[in-house]
Each structure stands twice: as structure tokens, then as C-alpha cells.
Design a protein around this ligand. Structure first.
Ligand SMILES: Cc1ncc(COP(=O)(O)O)c(C=O)c1O
Length: 369
């Protein structure tokens, strides 16, 4: 038998697969602009500008069991999460970031050829993992003010529709979907994944509804409010039957000991962390005011830790590139419907001030705008 061509070794349906366009790496900034991480104002990945709880470092340093495998059932972490969420530990499943849970939910519920409803512009990993698993990703674009189009969603539901993904607040727009709409989505009978990655900033949740709806999943993460993006810890709240299946298909050791300990330490220091969230929310509103005062910008009201802005006149890609040259990273999305937008993660007050002054200088100081 002839050996296959190298490209024939790759799944046919993945040959055109586009990788997730991640945030600009500190390594790139170092190479391209000679800037170290401390010199960069990094407002492109919705990370926590204040970092994690000091108790995380204590927990990491005092741990003596790095040579043994972690607890495959995440018993202590799920117990702490049960206290935090007021949901039973049997309904909670942890993952290496909520990204891993998105992947596992799709694997649990979707066969190749089944359909997933995605509501763009939104978080890219729903369609990423959907396509990776061979699902048909049905995009139902949001309308004015990034509001979901309920009637259009319903009209796209077929017997093969297995999941609807709803980020709430939505990333990158920051808006909330009203609870009445979420309820209406649940009433369709399709499994609805409500991704509450930014819950601590919006303070709105449908998690208690899990007791009423056996087709509701709520996802959360430690990446944003707890400042643990680099350690990768997320969790989901599931109806108990679904949580049991998630635990069956989950690889046992994906949440390493350092990550489990860090998440537990964060939950035990939640008052401290949530007070910082108050500061970030205050800064969000202040930054929104400053951006609103820049003539060429139209910021979108946000309930998360970022603000999307429309550049009314000019090219958002050029603005974000010019900011990058100055060591300020914000997020530009290379999608046709997002060409005039860019997203700013809320930084420390002094970072936000430098950003606003730089945007003003760039927009007002050059004729190309
Ligand atoms: C809506 C949404 N869900 C999930 C995630 C990923 O979270 P994690 O870091 O836990 O994988 C993000 C990250 O930006 C997000 O915006």
C-alpha cells in the first residue's frame, strides 16, 4: 500500500480550520517592540489588573504534594464552590478553564453532523470546539445593541440542534440578555449553556434555575474575578444527571494541584477579591464616561470587565496597531461585523488614564483619521 500524502493524514474537515486568535503574547511584544511585560499596558484579554489573592502564593508555597497526582474528583474545591454558589457539590464540575468544559459539554451532547446555535459576535471558543467536534455551527447574529434575535434563534432550531451557547454578559459586547429571554430559550427544550464568565462583574445569574430546568448549564471561571487566568480553573453548574456524565468523560487530572489549591485559596479570600471587583466596576463606569467624551468613539454599556467601542470614523485595526506600538494592548477582532470595533479590558486607574490620553492623541493628532 502506498503511504498517504502528509496532508491526507489530517482530517479532511479540519484542513481549513482556523486557530483561535489569542491575545498578543508578551514574547511578541519583547521581540517586536523591545518591551517587557511590566512596561506593557495589557488590556486585551479581560484579565484582572490587580492579579490574584496573596493567599494563592501562600497556598502554592506551603503545598508539599506536587509529586502526587491531584484529586481526580476535586472534592475540596467542589465543596468550597458549593458554599460559594449555594448549589450542591454533586452539580458542580471543574475544568482546566471553562474552555475545557465547553469542549466536554460538546463532546457529551453533540455527534458529528448535529447542530450548535452560536450567537455572534460572541466568545470564539463555542464555534472553535463545535467545528472541532464535527458539529454544524449555526450562527444567529445579534441585532441592534448586540441583543439576541429570539425569533430567528427559534426558527433555526431543528431536531439536530443539541446546544445553544449564550455568553451572559456577552463577550465582546458586555451586554446582558434579560432573564425572560433566557427563560424563553430554555422553554424551547434545547440545552442552553449560559456562560457567566463575568458573573462577579454583572452580579446576575440564572444558576438557581438548574433546580427547575434539566436543560440548563451555567459556566463560570476563576480567570477574571480571581485573577487566575494563567492557572486555568473554571467550573460549571449542571443538573445532577448531566454532572455525573461530565465527571465520567472528564480526564481525571486536568486541574493540577497548584490550580486546585489556588482556586480554594481564592474562594477562602473572596471578600478581599470581591472588594477589588468593586474597584474594577467603578473604573468601568469612569472609563465609559471618558471614552464617551471622545468624539469619534461610541462605547457600548457593559456589565463585564471590558468595554467595546465603535470607532465612528477611521480604522479600528490601525488604531489598535498604533496603540500596540506604544505598548498598549487592546483587542481587535478580525471578523467582518467587528471591523469598526475594539475592546478594552478595564485596567488600573493609571493604565486607563494613559490609554484614554493615547487614544485622544492618536485620533485627534493625525490627518489619516
Ligand atoms: C465568555 C467567556 N467564556 C469563557 C472564557 C474562558 O474562560 P477560561 O479562562 O476559564 O477558559 C472567556 C475568556 O475570555 C470568556 O470571555
Amino acid at each position: 500500500m502506498d503511504a498517504p500524502e502528509p496532508m491526507d493524514r489530517i482530517r479532511k474537515d479540519l484542513k481549513e480550520f482556523a486557530s483561535y486568535s489569542a491575545h498578543t503574547s508578551p514574547d511578541y511584544m519583547k521581540k517586536k517592540f523591545g518591551l517587557n511585560l511590566e512596561e506593557i499596558i495589557k488590556l486585551d484579554a479581560n484579565e484582572n489588573p490587580f492579579g490574584c489573592s496573596p493567599r494563592v502564593f501562600e497556598a502554592m508555597n506551603s503545598c508539599t504534594s506536587y509529586s502526587v497526582y491531584p484529586d481526580a474528583a476535586q472534592t475540596e474545591l467542589r465543596r468550597e464552590l458549593s458554599l460559594y454558589t449555594s448549589m450542591p457539590p454533586e452539580c458542580i464540575v471543574c475544568g482546566a478553564g471553562s474552555d475545557q468544559l465547553i469542549d466536554l459539554i460538546i463532546r457529551l451532547t453533540v455527534k458529528p453532523g448535529d447542530e450548535i446555535i452560536n450567537l455572534p459576535p460572541t466568545f470564539g471558543m463555542y464555534s472553535f470546539y463545535g467545528k472541532l467536534s464535527g458539529a454544524q455551527v449555526i450562527n444567529v447574529y445579534r441585532g441592534m445593541d448586540f441583543v439576541i434575535c429570539f425569533d430567528e434563534i427559534v426558527s433555526q432550531i431543528t431536531p439536530r440542534t443539541k446546544l445553544i451557547f449564550l455568553a451572559n454578559p456577552n463577550n465582546p459586547s458586555g451586554n446582558i440578555t434579560p432573564k425572560s429571554d433566557i427563560q424563553a430559550l430554555l422553554e424551547t427544550g434545547v440545552t442552553v449553556v449560559v456562560d457567566e464568565a463575568y458573573y462577579e462583574f454583572s452580579r446576575e445569574t440564572v444558576a438557581p434555575w438548574i433546580e427547575r430546568y434539566d436543560n440548563l448549564i451555567v459556566l463560570r471561571t476563576f480567570s477574571k474575578w480571581a485573577g487566575l487566568a494563567g492557572l486555568r480553573v473554571g467550573y460549571g453548574i449542571f443538573p445532577q444527571y448531566m454532572a455525573e456524565y461530565m465527571m465520567r468523560i472528564k480526564d481525571p487530572y486536568s486541574i493540577n494541584i497548584a490550580a486546585q489549591n489556588a482556586a480554594i485559596a481564592s474562594l477562602q479570600d473572596k471578600e478581599f477579591l470581591l472588594e477589588r471587583i468593586d474597584h474594577i466596576i467603578f473604573e468601568r463606569e469612569r472609563l465609559f464616561g471618558l471614552l464617551s467624551n471622545i468624539k469619534k468613539l461610541l462605547p457600548v454599556p457593559s456589565k463585564a470587565n471590558f468595554i467595546l467601542s465603535l470607532l465612528i470614523e477611521g480604522r479600528a485595526a490601525l488604531l489598535t496597531d498604533t496603540l500596540k506600538q506604544r505598548g498598549i494592548l487592546v483587542r481587535y477582532f478580525d471578523a467582518p461585523e467587528m471591523k469598526k470595533y475594539f475592546r478594552i479590558s478595564i485596567g488600573k486607574p493609571e493604565q486607563n488614564d494613559v490609554l484614554v490620553e493615547s487614544i485622544k492623541e492618536i485620533l485627534l493628532g493625525d490627518t489619516q483619521w
